[in-house]
Design a protein around this ligand. Structure first.
Ligand code: NAD
Ligand code: WQD
Length: 338
């Protein structure tokens, strides 16, 4: 199939483009490079032995989208493009709603106009909000507690309404848990701009000397070691989950939702200690106060993805930190000047 990947130069997108090329699909990437570099796709091409077509365009630019669909006969879309920092979304809700919601509406309208009605969408575990018991199951009522998460929830609603109104749509809503790691080659990985918000990129920058120490947000949670539990998933497993979902929806109309996670919780300190093993020495850290909005613990019920897609995670926490470290060590400044 020919797959249009929005946000395909980004962290999860670039790993998924590689998985698609390796599965024999053709790929067209649309990205405005607001949080990524085209260098990722050059390296994907090196790894795959073939290249994706790259179009630098913004999903807010309707004529540009129209021309992409006019020039390429696309069979399906994987939609990663969006802004994703929770804290920033609280400060700049309009920018987040505009970019994520209007960008998605433009994409869906262009798809509809060109008779392309298969889409795999990047949703997030954040849609489960604060009140659901763990583990999270797809049939639970959702309700995000921050503007970023609400954009994901609202896009899920838009796609659900679309699927109900027109049975020609094939929709997969994928709720990712905590993606970490990098391709085992160390050539592609996560390249956060500025101070990393997420745990593993922050630890990686401490390990490479770009940050002084890890601040562990909260040591007094009701968990085995007092630090919060999350369901970390290797980005290569996550990428494979997209290929599986795409194959599934290709022949099945309707709206399908799956958690992509491992089904296990790992603490902040366990993650840090695994990273230390990969690096070969201890890393400085300090336990500080809880981060506002954080939950003590959550992980996925991952059984639906296994039952429907035959997909489950294959990689361990140590593989995630080893691969993340290889990427960071080989590219201390990410895609810049390496
Ligand atoms: P990323 O920032 O690396 O990738 C997103 C890409 O979208 C970037 O390359 C960015 O330049 C592009 N983009 C943003 N707005 C755009 C626009 N208007 N037009 C064109 N391109 C645009 O982030 P990622 O971690 O790879 O995340 C990919 C998707 O998965 C996002 O939708 C994110 O919300 C979702 N997600 C991420 C996580 C995570 O922890 N990384 C967890 C759950 C869901
Ligand atoms: C993990 C744990 C922190 C940084 C976020 C988004 C979510 C999804 C994934 C997109 C928490 C602790 C972190 C640090 C720390 N993204 N931590 N020191 O918050 O589970 O999820 O990313 O959809 O929507 O909210 O991930 O990596 O930020 O934090 O102690 O410097 O690490 O408190 O317990 P989170 P995270």
């Amino acid at each position: 199939m020919k797959i249009l990947v929005t946000g395909g130069t980004g962290y999860i997108g670039s790993h998924t483009v590689l998985a698609l090329l390796e599965s024999g699909h053709e790929v067209v990437v649309v990205d405005n490079l607001v949080n990524s570099s085209e260098e990722s796709l050059r390296r994907v091409a090196e790894l795959a032995g073939k290249a994706a077509v790259f179009v630098e365009a913004d999903l807010l630019d309707e004529p540009a989208l129209e021309s992409v669909f006019g020039q390429h006969s696309v069979d399906a879309v994987i939609h990663f493009a969006g802004l994703k920092a929770v804290g920033e979304s609280v400060q700049q809700p309009l920018a987040y709603y505009h970019n994520n919601i209007v960008g998605t509406l433009n994409l869906l309208r262009a798809m509809d106009a060109h008779d392309v009605r298969s889409i795999v969408f990047s949703s997030s575990a954040t849609v489960y909000g604060e009140h659901n018991p763990i583990p999270y199951i797809e049939k639970m009522e959702i309700g995000a507690n921050n503007p970023y998460g609400r954009t994901k929830e609202q896009i899920e609603d838009i796609l659900t309404d679309l699927g109900a109104a027109d049975t020609r749509w094939h929709v997969a809503l994928l709720r990712y848990f905590n993606p970490v790691g990098a391709h085992p080659s160390g050539r592609i990985g996560e390249d956060p701009q500025g101070i990393p918000n997420n745990l593993v990129p922050f630890i990686a920058q401490v390990a490479v000397g770009r940050r002084e120490k890890l601040m562990v947000f909260g040591g007094d949670y009701d968990t085995p070691d007092g630090t919060a539990l999350r369901d970390y998933i290797h980005v290569v497993d996550l990428a494979d989950g997209h290929v599986a979902a795409l194959d599934y929806v290709a022949t099945r109309p309707g709206v399908h939702r799956w958690n992509l996670g491992s089904g296990r919780g790992t603490s902040v300190l366990e993650m840090l200690h695994s990273f230390e093993k990969a690096v070969g020495h201890a890393l400085p850290y300090e336990i500080t106060s809880r981060r506002p909005g954080d939950l003590p613990a959550f992980w996925a019920d991952a059984s639906s993805a296994l039952a429907d897609l035959g997909w489950s995670t294959t990689k361990t926490i140590d593989q995630m930190t080893e691969d993340h470290w290889r990427w960071q060590k080989n590219n201390p400044n990410g895609y810049n000047a390496s």
